[in-house]
Design a protein around this ligand. Structure first.
Ligand SMILES: *Cc1c(COP(=O)(O)O)cnc(C)c1O
Length: 366
């Protein structure tokens, strides 16, 4: 299954070209713009706008079906969304088992500015309700545990309680899950992962159909200076041109590998939303278009996990995920609250039989 919008996305710019214009997106590497007289409606200065971002954001908006602003990293986007929505005295709720730097941002900075920060585990996220929270930040599926939250239910309950929801949609991309269509107010994502897809850039974006939020996010970017470099914007745009084909391959391969890994003796535990006995299966079927390219396996012990990651010739032992090269790492090495032999595996674009042969041979050799 591929995205119905992916073909239109490839021709967004092309259909507006004049004769002789380049088909590939030009990279505008300039801080200054020729600007005699009134500046209205033109690029003014590199911190305010850039034609390469503008086109990238056009493509991102098409994918999200919402206004979008790009940032130099996923954390740049998450910071913008939070600084645009909280003030001193706000109460915010974040997942205790999501991407750990979001928790650091909240604990090390927001709480120092008079924001009260509370945490809940993804599997117990709705327990206690949402009364009194100004901002509720969710991540589904969570990284690295791959637990899921009922996004439509959270969006509805938070709105009824007068708060705003922000969803980190990094792990599934807009092709795999559409939080805004489920009622979430703001989407944030690290485009460093599958969106860029080639492990050669850091970028992020914020998308929302709430105009006031987007005005604040734009102001934050312009004033804080957290702007993407034109070259990264250009690279991300190029990556997005193959997102549909990469994501389709990655998710399809992940399903096949998950089914085979389930049956392998070296694997003590496996999590993948596309396995019918995974705790997330029913929710994943209801709210995601694809089950994703991330899976986790727990082997017998830490030494075997390290040996597997470091010897499998088609797995890069690396942090981060979503690239064309399959990669794996033990999350406990960063202090995530998981088993020492827990491995997050990001399935890349290698042909699946070749990839399975390499994985199976490395597991058999443990
Ligand atoms: C990687 C990641 C981020 C942070 O993105 P950067 O581009 O590294 O700043 C945020 N959320 C999730 C779920 C991530 O995986």
């Amino acid at each position: 299954m591929t995205s119905p919008k992916a073909g239109e996305m490839l021709h967004l710019r092309g259909n507006a070209l004049g004769k002789g214009d380049p088909v590939a997106l030009p990279l505008t590497q300039s801080s200054m713009f020729h600007l005699p007289g009134a500046p209205d409606g033109h690029a003014t200065y590199g911190r305010v706008d850039n034609p390469t971002w503008v086109h990238l954001e056009h493509v991102l908006s098409h994918l999200e079906d919402a206004p979008c602003l790009s940032f130099p990293s996923g954390m740049g986007a998450i910071s913008a969304a939070l600084f645009a929505t909280v003030t001193a005295g706000s109460r915010i709720l974040i997942p205790s088992d999501g991407y750990y730097v979001t928790r650091l941002l909240a604990d090390r900075f927001l709480s120092q500015l008079g924001v009260s920060v509370e945490e809940r585990a993804t599997t117990e996220f709705t327990d206690g309700g949402f009364d009194g929270f100004d901002v509720v930040f969710v991540e589904s599926p969570s990284n690295p545990g791959l637990d899921m939250i009922d996004l439509a239910a959270v969006a509805r309950d938070v709105r009824a309680a007068g708060g705003i929801t922000i969803a980190d949609n990094t792990t599934l991309t807009p092709l795999g899950q559409r939080p805004l269509d489920l009622g979430i107010d703001v989407v944030v994502a690290s485009d460093t992962k599958a969106m860029g897809g080639h492990s050669d850039l850091l970028m992020g974006h914020v998308a929302s159909r709430n105009d006031q939020v987007m005005e604040r996010v734009e102001e934050w970017r312009r004033v804080s200076g957290a702007i993407p470099g034109p070259h990264e914007a250009w690279l991300l745009h190029r990556g997005l041109e193959t997102l549909d084909v990469r994501f389709d391959r990655m998710c399809g391969s992940a399903q096949i590998l998950a089914e085979r890994l389930t049956a392998h003796d070296a694997v003590k535990q496996i999590r993948y939303p596309g396995l019918p006995d995974d705790p997330t299966y029913a929710l994943a079927q209801a709210q995601t278009a694809r089950f994703g390219f991330l899976l986790s396996i727990t082997l017998e012990d830490e030494a075997k996990a390290e040996q597997f990651i470091n010897t499998c010739p088609l797995l890069r032992p690396a942090t981060s995920f979503g690239g064309v090269h399959s990669s794996a790492e033990r999350r406990a090495r960063w202090g995530d609250d998981v088993d020492p032999a827990f491995i997050r595996l990001s399935v890349g674009c290698e042909p699946v039989e070749e990839l399975w042969q390499a994985i199976e041979a490395s597991l058999n050799a443990l």
